[in-house]
Structures are given as structure tokens and as C-alpha cells.
Design a protein around this ligand. Sequence first.
Ligand SMILES: [Zn+2]
Length: 365
Amino acid sequence: MASKAKKTARKAKTPVAKPAAKSRTKAKVAKAKPRRRAEGASAAAAGIARAAARSVRGAAKPAAGIAKPHVAKPGDPVRIGVLGGSGIYGMAGLKNTKWRKVATPWGDPSDELLFGTLGAAELVFLPRHGRGHVHSPSEVNYRANIDALKRVGCSDVISVSACGSFKEALAPGTFVIVDQFIDRTFMRQKSFFGTGLVAHVSAAHPVCCRLGDALEAAASEAGITAQRGGTYLCMEGPQFSTQAESFLYKSWGCDVIGMTNAPEAKLAREAELCYASVAMVTDYDCWHPDHDHVDVAAVIRVLLENAEKGQALVAKAVPHLQHRPGHCQKGCNHALDNALITAPERRDPALMRKLDAVAGRILRA
Ligand SMILES: [Zn+2]
């Protein structure tokens, strides 16, 4: 559903003239009043200007107890974030690994972040549901996860997730490099912005084609059957679809179904991160006449095989992403250039401080 721009402009209150005073004493007071009012008005204007200046400067400062956003220097290795879904709670092949807690102004991420190196790149892995799968899709703190990856200096984020399939040809074990979403979730925090700083970013093309190219090449090299492009229906869950829902989504032309990726992609776009999603098919949801009764053992077997292949895919994609993107051709890392709509003097300094990692580039400009 397309978002509607909210009209939030407030009208400044016009001072109301008071009736003229009749007595001498009152007349003196009355004469004095306009001056005081004028002085008051100019003092108020100056106050607003000072507050605006403070709030803009304050945007660069992180909230108390939160680490400053990492700023990469020229020549630094690329730092790639990986969000692992069901079945993926670590990343094979990572060297020099260390789990580190990362605090954010949006609360705690799903787990500590696993830092490591893979070839010439630095990887930061975050299990979306936490190690041991403790957070349901509705309860994952997506804002904290995306903020944490941005805060530690990731420029690219690759999501690998389990999904159901709506297409006969997308059999269990197939990967889909998603390029569109239909978002049917309704219990998530899906924006970093709001009252005090409103922003509208484009979500027309919600994933980064540069990362998609890397993943497509990696799938080919790893011998993984993968479809480039596909629409991911994001449902609220945690229950799976009813059959009526499954038929409906299939009739819409969706390719796969999952419970997590759409809010994540939107938040990554707001955070000016390049984001791509690999959906790994485990089953046919519940529309398929021959797969009506889900064989749990078979699903788990496919899930584990997919998890292994998903990690191999990421390892193969990394050499294609050796360089920091600079100015991403697709504009992901400049998504906020024309997105902030709230007037500078009306912006909320507290919210701006929370946005130090997500929107620091544009708020400091
Ligand atoms: Zn990009």
C-alpha cells in the first residue's frame, strides 16, 4: 500500500491586539506593551534560531552510552553485514571471529554481532532471530538490527532467509534473489522517522541491483539453482498462511513468502544501506495439492541444507564486493538526499540524536 504524505505544518500563532487602555497609568502600560511584545517576539525568534542551530549540531552527537557511528576511511576494507534467518545462526569460513554487543538508540539488536574476516573483506553477522531462535518475526527489533549494522560501518547488507514458494518451478532448495516486496505486516516498527522529523524515502526499487549482481554471480559459481528477481510476500505470522491466503498471494503473482524481509528492506533504505535478499525455498506454503500435508522432517532437512548453501553463497559473493561502493550507482547510499520534509527549526533534537548513525550523513551536512 502506498504511503500518503502527512501534512504536519503548523500555523504560527498571530499575536492578538489588546484594546487601548483608557486611564493614564494604563495608557503608559499600554504603550510599553508593544515594545515588550516586540522584544519578546525577537527574543523568541532568536531562541528558535538558537534551538535550530543546537539541534542541527546536536544531530552529530550520539545518545548517551551509544558508540559513535563508525566512519570508514579511504582504503579501509569493505564491511558487509549479513542477516541470517531461520537455520542460520553463524557464518562458516569466518576468521578472527569475535561476538560483540552493540548498543543502539532503538534498543537491543537480536543478539551480539559476530565480527570476522572473509578474504579481504570484513563481515558482520547478525542472527535475525538471535542464537537459539528466541525472537519471533513480530518481535525482532528491526530498527536496532539495521542501526547496529550501520553504526559499526557496514555499507552493504545481505539477508539470507527461509521462505515458502508460490511457484511450481521454485522447488524446495531453490534460491530467489528477491527484487520486490508486498508488505502485509502490521505489528512492526518500520521507520526510523516520525513526529519531529518526517522523511519519505523511495521504496519503488527496494533492493540494490549491485548486490543482486554479486549474488547472482555467486550462485552460479557455487552451483546453486537461483532465480534472479521475484516478489516476496511478507506476512505478519507467526502462524503460516491459511490456504485461502496462500491462494490469494499466489493469484497476485508472488514468488515466495516469508515473515521478515520487507520491514528490513525499508529500514535499510532509510539508513542508506545497500540491501539485498536471498530467499531460500523450504516448502510450497499450503497451496500445492501434492504438498498439502507438510512433512516436518523433510522441511527441516531442506532448511539445514539451505543454511549450508546460504553460507557458501555469501562466501562466494564477497569477492564480488571487495570495494566500498562509494556513491552506489543505484542511489541506495544517498536515499535521504531529498527525503527529509520537516522544517529544520521544527525538528526534534532528541530524535535527531537517535538518528546519528542512520541519517548522520545528511543531518551533519
Ligand atoms: Zn546500492
